[in-house]
Design a protein around this ligand. Structure first.
Ligand SMILES: *[C@@H]1O[C@H](CO)[C@@H](O)[C@H](O)[C@H]1NC(C)=O
Ligand SMILES: *[C@@H]1O[C@H](CO)[C@@H](O)[C@H](O)[C@H]1NC(C)=O
Ligand SMILES: *[C@@H]1O[C@H](CO)[C@@H](O)[C@H](O)[C@H]1NC(C)=O
Ligand SMILES: *[C@@H]1O[C@H](CO)[C@@H](O)[C@H](O)[C@H]1NC(C)=O
Ligand SMILES: *[C@@H]1O[C@H](CO)[C@@H](O)[C@H](O)[C@H]1NC(C)=O
Length: 369
């Protein structure tokens, strides 16, 4: 293989061998781990010892060249320096196993393990960590139409984020950019969200606030953390918009004296309607339900019940909705049939007219006698 160039070959071989023997003195594993901030990390450092070597001390240095662990490898190990975040797992012969309990952003860089050996002197190895973050969020959210709501996303390594961007994806798949902001103070909000949506400017805890939630805000929102050098990390939070019911009750007295009472509620999701008729035998048959889906996503539910003549007092319509802590109850007697209102209004007008006539008569026409 070498042929006439064999002296060069030997030279090369010599280089390789010396390089191996120099670096194979101490080997740390893993060599270049990528770890999420907050996670533990194990390092194992191995020294190739030769007969006659005595290890006086083992030291571990963090990327800031601070000693985080130093011990004499006796049985048991005699520890002289120990960072509370570092634990010695095992030490036997030329092996030192440690655990970094939680990796912090400042742990990024190269860790060194150093063996102080007699008579060889120092032997050291190094391993370089890359620390990354993780996107976290509190799950999907439900908001009430007309009320404010806040969606939030967390990135555990804000130091590496240079821009945060929020996108909206509707159920039909339409994507729009809600807004973004950068580390350097630049901020932009999409036209359709201006004056309605605000973004806080935190690089690690991003919050999108909608002042008054509308039906069309129901969608999934993607928060994107643009980081360097790890690239874009994102998460999706979906918003459901609920509409609270505003129950409507009415009744008519049929010619037979039977009362037909209606209770209806428009909401999202649909409400359940029950009746409290205040006693036995007051209804003629069970209530009849009908439901109608509106184009805006709400549903109108109507319940109609027939009541015996005179059984009007104490009747209540009860409306249950998943966004309400307790059901709404609306008494039937609080509403007057339309005819009663008309009667009251017309009698008031009549009285006023009569008064006016009397007055006019007194003042002008009838004063002569
Ligand atoms: C690190 O080492 C400890 C003790 O040897 C072990 O219990 C743990 O599972 C290891 N962790 C990882 C992430 O390998
Ligand atoms: C959030 O909602 C979306 C769409 O409704 C669904 O696909 C996803 O599984 C939900 N995520 C969680 C954590 O509930
Ligand atoms: C009650 O609802 C039914 C069906 O929606 C309707 O036909 C009826 O006129 C309503 N009655 C009253 C008193 O509102
Ligand atoms: C209800 O009506 C049934 C028969 O229609 C009668 O047996 C029962 O006693 C009545 N209950 C009350 C509380 O009036
Ligand atoms: C109304 O919409 C719901 C789902 O939102 C659906 O299950 C139901 O069948 C629809 N009802 C009508 C009458 O279209």
């Amino acid at each position: 293989m070498c042929g006439p160039a064999w002296p060069l070959c030997l030279l090369l071989l010599g280089f390789v061998l010396s390089a191996v023997s120099r670096t194979s003195g101490v080997v740390i594993t893993p060599l270049a781990p990528t770890v999420e901030v907050g996670q533990p990390l194990n390092f194992s450092c191995a020294l190739t010892t030769s007969a006659g070597d005595t290890i006086h001390q083992v030291r571990w240095l963090n990327p800031h060249k601070q000693t985080v662990l130093a011990y004499v490898p006796r049985l048991p190990a005699h520890i002289s320096v120990q960072d509370p975040n570092v634990q010695l797992q095992s030490s036997h012969r030329g092996i030192s196993d440690i655990t970094i309990k939680t990796v912090r952003p400042e742990d990024e860089g190269c860790f060194h393990c150093i063996f102080d050996i007699y008579p060889k002197g120092q032997q050291e190895g190094k391993a370089c960590i890359t620390v990354t973050g993780k996107v976290d969020h509190k799950g999907n959210k439900t908001a009430i139409a007309g009320k404010p709501t806040t969606l939030s996303c967390l990135y555990t390594l804000p130091e590496k984020v240079h821009q945060v961007l929020w996108r909206k994806t509707t159920e039909r798949g339409e994507r729009t950019t809600v807004g973004s902001y950068s580390k350097y103070g630049h901020q932009s909000i999409g036209d359709t969200f201006l004056n309605r949506v605000t973004l806080n400017k935190d690089m690690g805890d991003s919050q999108l606030t909608i002042q008054e939630v509308k039906m069309e805000d129901e969608a999934c929102y993607t928060c994107e953390f643009h980081t360097y050098p790890d690239g874009t990390r994102s998460a999706v939070v979906c918003l459901s918009v609920y509409v609270l019911p505003k129950p409507d009750v009415s009744y008519v007295t049929l010619p037979t004296g039977v009362i037909e009472a209606n209770c209806s509620a428009q909401s999202k999701p649909s409400a359940q309607i029950t009746w409290d008729v205040g006693g036995d035998n007051r209804t003629l048959g069970p209530p009849v339900f009908s439901s109608h889906n509106q184009s805006d996503g709400t549903t109108t539910v109507t319940s109609t019940v027939l009541l015996r003549a005179g059984a009007l007092s104490d009747v209540q319509c009860i409306v249950h909705h998943s966004a309400l802590d307790k059901p709404l109850s609306v008494p039937l007697t609080n509403v007057s049939p339309a005819t009663v209102v008309l009667l009251v209004v017309s009698s008031v007008v009549a009285v006023l007219l009569l008064c006016l006539c009397g007055c006019l008569c007194k003042c002008f026409v009838c004063t002569d006698d």
